[in-house]
Structures are given as C-alpha cells and as structure tokens.
Unconditional design. Structure first.
Length: 326
C-alpha cells in the first residue's frame, strides 16, 4: 500500500510539473507575439536610423528591401520565431553580423553580474529575514522592517545616484563607471563591477528578506513549532531543523521572485554604469531600431524569468505533498 501511494504521488507530481512546463511554453509563445508587435510599433526603423534624416525616400526604401523590412509582418514574425526555435535569431541590422554573435559577447557579462549579485544578496537576505522573524515584534525586527521597506521603496536610479555620490565622489573608493573587460584580473573586475552589484543587491536583499521573514513567521505559528519549543529545543535548532525544511518552498519562491528583479533592474543599472551586459545591449538596440537584436534580448529576459518561476513551482510541488493532489 505504501509503495502504491508513493508511486501515485510521484506520478501526480510529474503530471503537475508537466502542466507547469506546458504553461510556461505557452506563455513564452504569447510573449514572443507581444514583443514582436511592440517592436513593430516603435517609430522609425533600422533603415531610417542607418541613413539619417537626409536620406531620400528611394534610398530608405532600397535599404528596407535589402534588410527585409518591407515583407509583411506575419511573414517576418514566423521567420523570426522559426529562427529563434532553431537557435538562429537572425542578423543584426546595425552590426551586420549574426545576433547570436552579438549576444554571446555580452551575455557572459550579465550572467556573471547576476551570479555575483545573487552570491551577495541571497545569504544576506536569508540572514536578515530569519533574524527578523526570530525577533518578531522586537527592536531588531522593527529596525530591519523599516530598513528593508525603505530599500524597496527607493527606485534603482536613485540608489545608483546615491551610491555614486558616496562611494565615487565623496569617498573615492569605487569608479562611477563599470570599466570591465575580459582581460582584467578578478580583483580589477570586482572593483569595476562593485557599484552595479551593490545597487542590484540592495533591492534584491530587501525584497527577499521581507518574503523570507513572512515565510518563517508563517511556520512559527504552527503547532509543531510550539511543541518543539515546549520540549526545550534551542531557538536556532527550531529554525534550522524544524522551520526551514517546511519553509523551503515559499523561501525558494521568494528567491525566484527577487532574483527575477535582476532582469528588470539590470536594464537601469547597466545603462547608468555603462556595464557591457545584455540589458545595456537591448537599450542600444531600441535606440538604433535593431529589431532582431531587440527581440532576441527581450526573449532571453522573458525566458530567464519563466525559468525562475518554473524552478519555484517545481520546488513547491516537490516540497508540498498537498499540491500534488490538486
């Protein structure tokens, strides 16, 4: 009986995970349509941007034909989507080289920036969230709540401006522009990228810490925690051995939601600090009306967001048997 129950639970979990995966793929398809439509609504195009305002109508029309911009929108969408699925997002209209090559030169920088930010933000947020929950209602909890709420309320560009004024202008510890390259040593890279990492970490820590606190407090009110406390288990052991295993699903969900902020916050932070990442590349593609490059960058950001949400959903399903029965 126990083996049959386990097999049934595993099957239900796989079915639910499959549904989440199918939903993510459908969402990505709808996002691709939205991205393509919005990109077409932007004023001007790459041909006009490349030739300038002094170009004649005939010159612009000839270049648009050469770039394939005069084809019907549905044809261009199907061609672009087919290329994305096969791993060929097309040709950059401005750089005149494959989009995959343009992105490959910037994507590692963004991944490294996100990884270093997560390396700083996740442990700090977990420590703040758990510490705040363990001192619920106390001075430490109130101080951390006010601090994290203030950090969430401050927009990224203001955080970046304040950081530049303090660490670059006043203290002169860090450069105001992220001057990084592949030839730099790790020490030089960390110093050059310290400002973007700091600005991204501030909001991520605040968001994740607040959601971690809420998840831990929700478990602290459960009867099993009260029983452990009555048995004389130390508070740290109650949190680590009893609360955390049961709160892992909401905490991972909080981590996924907070880290997904990197996708949006990186656009502002990379642009402000001139960091050579994917987000700043997408901003440049908007300026130059390089639609294949813009659409590919946007799809990468959306896919990364959906992957984070899928990881959170799968973790919640595997950690919570009650979800498998839904």
């Amino acid at each position: 009986m126990a083996g049959a129950s386990t097999s049934s639970g595993a099957k239900a979990a796989f079915v639910l995970i499959g549904k989440r995966l199918a939903s993510s793929l459908l969402t990505l398809l709808l996002v691709s349509v939205t991205i393509f439509v919005i990109a077409q609504l932007l004023p001007g195009d790459a041909a006009q941007e490349a030739l300038g305002q002094s170009a004649t109508v005939e010159q612009v029309a000839a270049l648009r034909h050469e770039m394939g911009l005069d084809r019907p929108a549905p044809v261009r969408y199907i061609s672009w989507l087919g290329g994305m699925v096969s791993g060929d997002p097309g040709q950059s209209l401005v750089a005149n080289m494959p989009v995959s090559e343009v992105i490959s030169s910037r994507l590692p920088n963004s991944l490294l920036l996100a990884a270093l930010t997560a390396l700083v933000a996740v442990p700090a947020a977990l420590a703040i969230g758990i510490g705040s929950a363990m001192n619920r209602g106390g001075r430490i909890d109130r101080a951390l709540n006010i601090t994290t709420l203030s950090m969430v309320a401050v927009p990224e560009f203001l955080v970046a401006t304040i950081a530049v004024l303090i660490f670059s202008v006043k203290l002169r510890w860090l450069p105001s522009i992220a001057l990084v390259s592949d030839e730099m040593s790790w020490g030089d890279y960390l110093r050059g990228a310290a400002m973007p990492i700091l600005c991204l970490s501030i909001i991520v820590i605040a968001q994740m810490a607040r959601m971690t606190r809420a998840a831990v407090i929700d478990q602290m009110d459960r009867p099993y925690v009260e029983m452990a406390v009555l048995k004389g288990v130390a508070p740290v052991q109650v949190v680590l051995k009893h609360i955390m295993p049961n709160a892992i699903a909401p905490i991972v969900n909080a981590m996924a939601l907070s880290l997904s902020y990197l996708l949006g916050g990186a656009v502002i932070v990379e642009t402000i600090f001139n960091y050579p990442g994917l987000a700043s590349l997408m901003v440049n593609a908007v300026t130059s009306r390089d639609m294949p490059l813009l659409q590919a960058c946007a799809m990468i950001f959306c896919a990364a967001y959906l992957i984070l949400m899928l990881i959170a959903d799968v973790t919640a399903i595997l950690a919570n048997p009650r979800l498998r029965a839904q």
